[in-house]
Design a protein around this ligand. Structure first.
Ligand code: MN
Length: 479
């Protein structure tokens, strides 16, 4: 009885006239005492890592979607794939479009290993790689699915788990610092804040309020694939660009409120966004939040993140006036001054970050609306807005301009189910003919200034934002 040909699946799936992968030849003998292994990073249709262990003259192989787990706390799926020839230990290169496994393959790690157990349903090994050292077990679950588990403690004894959630650090409104030498200056991006958790080539994006918004912006997922096996928590802003390439909160509105997968996919093509990253909070098992801004910035730049839908714009040290003037000339919202020695304080508004604006913008709670007149008779004419103070909603004025026809219709649909009989405002009240609503919607407003009675002067509507909770909307004197 002859040995079954372990490599027949491997050969059947490939056209060796097209792919640069090795055709199976005569297996060579191992050069040392221990069998060899390789881990390839395979940027195929979906990024994965291929773990291949030399065993009985071929390479037993598993595709591991999130990579070799560095920590016993995180088990990973490992899908058994066809055995590969020993020549594959050295393979790296481009598998052409249309071929099986098309994409770029690089060698991520290699070395030798010890076998502790090798059964049809369980393989236990200690890897001695250039990157990975330690004992792992692979065990069969169902079909082709196995799990991979690290049995040893993390290789890095100081490794900390990645935070599961983080509230972004916030800036105060204000003027440029008098002495600018100890400060870095960045453009203020007009979009929605997003924390990006990147692990095993996968991205999870959360909003300022902690909501998962990953599905909303599929075009930025590639940033995690670009990081490969590196684990990082990023802070930045999701930005859409409008006329003249300027960030446009209005264009972003189209993206913020869409949930259906097909509609999201269509809009990702017609109104794509960029993830503008400006901070690095955690990297490869270590928090950077106690590090000064300058050090975090340097570490972020070192990651070399640059793609069609993500970018790391520079910061300017020491000359805020020049950047503020340039931002004004370009029609940008403003800049943010960040103290070079400032740590990252999640969820806190810090004196170490100051937003300096060319235009005044703020978020306000919608507490009612006024019927329109003239062309808008019978429809919404203005929103009555306010901010939270002493546990109540304080009236801050009416916003009667800035609406498109379609936005008026959408607001009508949003406000109808929120109708109530009594005013949600405490103290000063909107005009008598106002219709009252539950204070659940938060809108973004551009305005000229706050009056002495803390009322908006010449406000204009910019959009609804669902990343800010009504209870977090307070009076921002410098907004
Ligand atoms: Mn593969």
């Amino acid at each position: 009885m002859g040995e079954p040909d372990r490599l027949s699946d491997y050969r059947r799936k490939r056209d060796f006239g097209v792919t640069p992968e090795p055709a199976a030849g005569t297996p060579s003998a191992p050069d040392g005492d221990l069998p060899r292994f390789v881990v390839q990073e395979h940027h195929a249709r979906r990024l994965h890592w291929d773990l291949r262990l030399e065993h009985e003259g071929a390479l037993a192989s598993w595709a591991v979607p999130k990579g070799i787990p560095p920590d016993p706390k995180r088990n990973g799926l490992a899908v058994r794939t066809e055995d590969h020839p020993l020549e594959y230990l050295d393979f790296h290169g481009e598998i052409p479009e249309g071929s099986y496994g098309a994409g770029t393959m690089t060698i991520w790690d290699r070395g030798v290993y010890e076998v502790h157990k090798w059964r049809d349903v369980e393989v236990m090994v200690t890897l001695h790689g250039e990157r990975v050292q330690g004992r792992y077990v692979l065990f069969h679950t169902r079909g082709k699915d196995w799990m991979i588990h690290r049995m040893d403690p993390p290789q890095d004894p100081d490794r900390e788990p990645m935070p599961e959630s983080l509230a972004p650090m916030l800036a105060r409104s204000g003027d440029l610092p008098a002495d600018q030498s100890g400060w870095g200056f960045e453009v203020k991006w007009d979009g929605v804040r997003a924390i990006g958790f990147c692990e095993g080539g996968r991205l999870r994006l959360t909003s300022r309020s902690g909501r998962d918004i990953t599905a909303q912006y599929p075009e930025v997922r590639g940033i995690a694939e670009a990081l490969g096996a590196r684990e990082a928590v990023l802070d930045g802003e999701i930005v859409a660009f409008g006329e003249g390439g300027l960030p446009s909160f209005q264009v972003l509105q189209k993206r913020m409120h869409v949930a259906g997968e097909r509609q999201v996919a269509r809009l990702a093509k017609s109104s794509p966004v960029a993830y503008v990253v400006f901070d690095l909070l955690w990297l490869d098992g270590h928090s950077l939040m106690d590090e000064p801004y300058e050090a975090r910035r340097a570490a972020l730049l070192e990651l070399g993140l640059r793609g069609s839908n993500w970018q790391v714009p520079g910061h300017h040290v020491g000359d805020g006036d020049a950047l503020l003037a340039a931002s004004k000339a370009q029609g940008l919202e403003g800049i943010v001054a960040k103290r070079l020695d400032c740590p990252y304080t999640p969820g806190r508004r810090s004196n170490g970050w100051i937003k300096v604006k060319n235009v005044h913008r703020t978020s306000l709670v919608v507490g009612g609306w006024l019927p329109g007149e003239g062309g808008r008779t019978g429809r919404l004419g203005a929103l009555c807005v306010g901010f939270m103070e002493d546990g109540g909603l304080r009236y801050a004025g009416r916003v009667g301009t800035g609406y498109t026809e379609s936005e008026l219709l959408r607001l009508g649909r949003l406000l109808d189910p929120l109708a109530r009989d009594t005013s949600p405002f405490s103290g000063r009240q909107p005009p008598r003919n106002a219709r009252h609503v539950e204070p659940r919607l938060v809108c973004e407003v551009e305005f000229v200034e706050w009056t002495a009675t803390r009322t908006l002067r010449a406000p204009s509507y910019k959009g609804i934002r669902d990343d800010v909770e009504p209870e977090d909307v307070v009076f921002d004197p410098g907004a």
